[in-house]
Design a protein around this ligand. Structure first.
Ligand code: C2G
Length: 741
């Protein structure tokens, strides 16, 4: 039998996935020991009910850790109560694949080639550890969730076959030295009296593992037994132990090294382990600790220098072998606890690295010039930066705010547009600046105002006196940031990143009361800073001469005046990508069929989302389909469209201002709703038009569009009152008066 030991203190949703993964195991002879850390337990999370759903299925036994706290003590309590031949530690936020245990046990019975062991000689068997941001349903080994180190194992299997290499030498940080992913013979642990150090709240795995290796343990391994370690995609609300802010972290780390080095010495553990640990420690000391003198001055106390010096003294000289000159100096000064010298050498090393980085790329050079020159220059109080969809377009709220200011304040301000392509047409007198060029840094740093409709670059420094107006780009239907359980897009650090970026927003524009509510939760944002003033980009929809304007636009875009216009504007799919900001899209709309059915009456405007890079093949459909994906301003497209069809894109909230029919072609509804995003609205109740899931239904809807209009009349009215109630054609004026006073 295998005893699976799970220490729990927080994170009910993660635990559910973890228990499900145990229930899915092919190997059934298990007991699941859950140890609740009562002192650390989040009392708002009732997990008893959850656990009760698994009791018999996975043979659950619950224990409470009452007088002590911490994962080390919890795991020890688990070992004490375990009955299995083997124990396996599984963290409550991680999970295993369905054949994880079968594979490990097979490696006990039939060790890999080259290991001649009998079953009872084997003290532990390890498998691989993959890292992911995703929950089980979305985890896909092939799809690049696996980290680079693990990919190297595929190419160098011998690195995996060597336990010291895999469990120690491969690690870059002490946090990666882990007892996880491994089956331990319980008899062996008991006879050798191997337990976790209960004082060690953060790095208990290190000495545990060194002890396991010290006992001349024979081991086996299996490359196909996989333990899936989940990164927490919400480090703000649920940090992993690894990221937990703990004032004792440094002390505990130093203690882990000192204890580990001593065990190595006393128990004559192979020097390779000590060397591997020394390397990880030196890396930490040089790249992190010694840099704090420059980054976070207050954290470097004499006491800390002293405890690390104790740990560094445990090093053998031979462990310094691979280090560079400056690095060796830092370590030497650290061992001697010589504060001034540590400072001096780390400073020299930093300057050297900065110079190398500065000349490594144009971007780094500009950044340096920005920090040392532009940011020292005086701020210009009448300069305004405008950027729409990360420099792609001249559109959205920034465009209409700009136009309002141009018209009403003219020369009072200097208007700077950030663009990707200088050919982008922008009316009025302005300065056009290429995104991330040298002038970009210059203007961004000197301008008092930034007006953006997406997030600003993560690391761009903002002066306290600068004002950023984040206008955003739509009322949200699909869940955003902190309202999402899992993040499936190219950048899984989304939550932390958005959190930091949004702390720099001085104002966040909202189109309606609903958005004002959502923005507070999804961005963890302060209500006081939300301006519920409507969307300037929707102002043109209230233009008195809408028909004249629309005809003008049709001529400009090349849309026949005698046909009805159907706009199809779907959104992107988080999981279907080439890379960050580059998404695939497979058109699920049967254009040929629509052509046959409606070619005489309609033209279709195809508008792909700005993240989508796939080209569409429109051969033979030239007189029926117009690709307006590259057209800058979607507001213009709304004005000329008689019907708008979308899926989960926010476009319909804006379009509804026109009170024209809206169709929802949600052909992949289940996946989108249940796995990728989830919605803020009850889509069966709140939408102002029908949900269509097949091409047949799309055709039917177009044939019966008048009936749909009638049937949805009252829903549309309710929708309009809820989401379009602020817009009236004067949003730009309200925003400008508020922000620019
Ligand atoms: N958009 C567009 N063309 C599309 C889809 C969207 O031009 N085919 C523009 C519209 O201005 C729309 C905005 O991008 O309002 C947001 O598009 P969504 O499809 O909703 O997607 P996303 O960029 O993920 O933003 O709160 C809104 C959310 O952040 C959604």
């Amino acid at each position: 039998m295998i005893s699976i030991i799970i220490a729990f203190h927080k994170g009910r949703n993660y635990l559910k996935d973890c228990l499900d993964s145990i229930r899915n195991q092919k190997y059934k002879d298990i007991e699941t020991i859950i140890v609740k850390d009562m002192k650390a337990l989040d009392s708002s999370e009732n997990i008893d009910e959850l656990i009760s759903e698994y009791l018999d299925d996975i043979n659950v036994k619950v224990f409470e850790l009452k007088n002590k706290t911490g994962v080390s003590a919890a795991r020890n309590l688990g070992i004490e109560n375990a009955k299995g031949e083997y124990v396996y530690f599984l963290d409550s936020d991680d999970y295993v694949m369905e054949d994880t245990f079968t594979n490990l046990l097979e490696a006990v019975d039939t060790p890999p080639d080259g290991l001649k062991l009998s079953k009872n000689e084997i003290k532990f068997v390890y498998g691989r550890i993959f890292h992911t941001w995703f929950m089980r349903v979305a985890f896909n080994i092939e799809q690049g969730n696996v980290d680079e180190d693990e990919k190297l194992i595929e190419e160098n299997p011998e690195k995996f076959a060597d336990a010291v290499d895999y469990k120690f030498a491969k690690c870059n940080r002490i946090e990666e030295v882990t007892c996880l992913g491994t089956l331990y013979n319980r008899d062996f642990l008991n006879k050798s009296k191997i337990r976790f150090d209960e004082e060690q709240k953060l790095y208990g795995d290190v000495t545990f593992l060194v002890n396991v290796f010290a006992k001349d343990g024979q081991y086996s391994y299996c490359k196909d037994s996989i333990y899936v370690k989940r990164y927490h995609n919400d480090e703000i609300n649920l940090p992993s132990i690894d990221k937990l802010e703990d004032e004792n972290r440094d002390d505990l780390m130093a203690k882990a090294y000192i204890d580990a080095f001593r065990i190595c010495r006393e128990k004559k553990v192979t020097f390779e382990i000590k060397d591997a640990l020394a390397k990880i420690f030196a890396k930490f000391y040089i790249d992190d600790f010694s840099r704090r003198f420059h980054d976070k001055k207050d954290q470097v106390t004499d006491e800390k220098i002293k405890i690390f010096s104790e740990a560094l003294k445990e090093f053998d000289k031979s462990s310094f072998k691979g280090l560079g000159v400056f690095e060796k100096k830092i370590i030497k000064a650290g061992a001697a606890a010589d504060k001034e010298k540590i400072k001096k050498w780390s400073n020299i090393r930093l300057i050297k690295n900065k110079i190398i980085v500065m000349f490594s790329s144009r971007k780094h050079l500009y950044r340096t010039l920005n920090v040392y020159i532009f940011s020292k220059m005086k701020q210009k109080d009448n300069w305004i930066i405008f950027e729409s969809f990360v420099g792609r377009n001249y559109s959205g709220q920034p465009k209409y705010i700009y136009q309002y200011l141009q018209k009403n304040y003219g020369k009072k301000y200097k208007y700077i547009w950030i663009v990707n392509d200088k050919k982008l047409e922008i009316d009025g007198k302005h300065t056009k600046v290429k995104r991330f060029g040298l002038k970009y840094y210059y203007y961004m740093t000197r301008s008092k105002y930034w007006v953006n409709n997406m997030r600003q670059p993560y690391a761009f420094p903002k002066r306290d006196s600068q004002i950023m107006l984040e206008t955003w780009h739509g009322t949200p239907l699909k869940r955003l940031v902190f309202d999402m359980d899992d993040v499936h897009s190219a950048n899984p650090k989304y939550k932390q990143i958005v959190y930091k970026q949004s702390r720099k927003w001085d104002y966040l524009l909202s189109d309606n009361g609903f958005s004002t509510e959502v923005f507070q939760s999804c961005f963890m944002f302060d209500k006081e800073k939300i301006l519920e003033l409507g969307y300037p980009a929707n102002d043109p929809m209230y233009d008195k001469n809408l028909d004249v304007k629309a005809a003008e636009l049709k001529r400009k875009i090349g849309v026949p005046l005698d046909k009805k216009v159907l706009l199809y504007a779907p959104t992107w799919r988080d999981d279907n990508m080439y890379g960050a900001g580059e998404y695939k899209f497979e058109l699920a709309l049967d254009l040929n069929r629509l052509h046959k059915e409606f070619g005489d009456e309609y033209v279709i405007l195809l508008r792909m989302h700005y993240w989508v890079v796939d080209q569409l093949d429109l051969n033979g459909l030239e007189d029926f389909v117009i690709n307006v994906s590259k057209y800058s301003d979607i507001t213009d497209i709304y004005l000329i469209s008689d019907i708008c069809m979308t899926d989960y894109s926010s476009v319909f909230f804006d379009y509804a201002n026109l009170r024209r029919p809206i169709l929802f072609y949600m052909y992949d509804l289940e996946k989108y709703r249940d796995v990728l995003r989830g919605f803020y609205l009850d889509i069966n109740k709140d939408l102002p038009g029908p949900i269509l899931t097949t091409n047949d239904e799309v055709v039917d809807a177009l044939k019966n569009i008048d009936e749909i209009k009638r049937n949805y009349n009252s829903k549309y009215e309710t929708f309009y009152n809820r989401f379009c109630h602020v817009d009236d054609g004067n949003a730009a004026k309200r925003v400008c008066e508020k922000v620019f006073k």
